[in-house]
Design a binder for this molecule. Sequence first.
Ligand code: ADP
Ligand code: MG
Length: 334
Amino acid sequence: MKHINYLLVALMAISMTGCKKFYQNQGSVFGTYYNIQYKSSSDLEPAIKECLKEFDASLSMYNQNSIIARINRNEDVETNSYIEEAYKAAVYVSDMSQGAFDITVAPLVNAWGFGFKNKENITKELLDSLLEFVDYKSLTLTEDHHILKSDSRTMMDFSALAKGYACDVIADLLTENGCKNFLVDIGGEVVARGKNSKGEKWAIGITKPIDDTTGKTNMLQDIINTTDICMATSGNYRNYYFEDGVRRSHTIDPRTGYPVHHKLLSATVIAPNCVLADALATTCMVMGEYAAAVMISQMREVGFYFILTDMEGELIVKTSNNWVKLLTGKDAEE
Ligand code: ADP
Ligand code: MG
């Protein structure tokens, strides 16, 4: 009898794995696309949509009723686990970067015309007055799930890590549903696990940083075949404008109040989770290639792939020493 039971269990296991197939779910979230491929015994789209909806209702700057938007308006509203996890990751990266990354940068982002308000007439006085309440250290997460502000004008903007964090959340959802092979791509931030539908590693493109405000050009600098990885890219080649001959990008240095201006065109970061990869990719764009490389070398299991312009305006690539090891698990060949 026992043998028959074992046989039944084995047959059920075979038939269950046998009916697993690859699904692809696509859509839009926080003003960008999502593209999720996974091997599963059922279509998980309803659960994925529900999860993204809840995430959006928590952290999105595009949703005026999100919890974050309400905290920004000083309404008395409790945080939830999405906000608290994102907040903790943001504070960690702010501390690691000595304030180059700062989720309270929103008023500056708005003033420069990259947020939800029209661009203001920028003067030193205006920037100084905004910088008075740009400081992540003026926020406190309390045990009773509130974010306290020492200045009511301070606002939070999680845009720089929301896509990466959403990748982690969807990756967890897929894992909890028994998926071992999947690719979660939200606006270019990626979590890859296992193999693709051909049984191969996943092919992840790194976009060539060519100036294009339409976001339609997508020439690739590199295609990386890899798996079991969290990777995010930040660039200044899509969200920018020119003013009096000066290029203004959407990455703002909270220590000066100005959009950054240096030779680093895009930063791709690998990290143990995608929220960290996303926040760090933006941070690299704020810090520039030298300071960013020093910061990343102090972090375990984190690596970078930078695309810069050289003196002749040609694109060059610089990677951290551990880049190949992080992609392949093997040391780079001498
Ligand atoms: P993308 O993937 O589009 O390049 P990022 O992940 O780099 O985007 O995030 C860019 C957004 O981050 C900006 O639009 C702005 O809202 C926010 N931001 C800009 N500067 C900073 C900063 N210094 N610290 C944290 N967030 C920032
Ligand atoms: Mg980012």
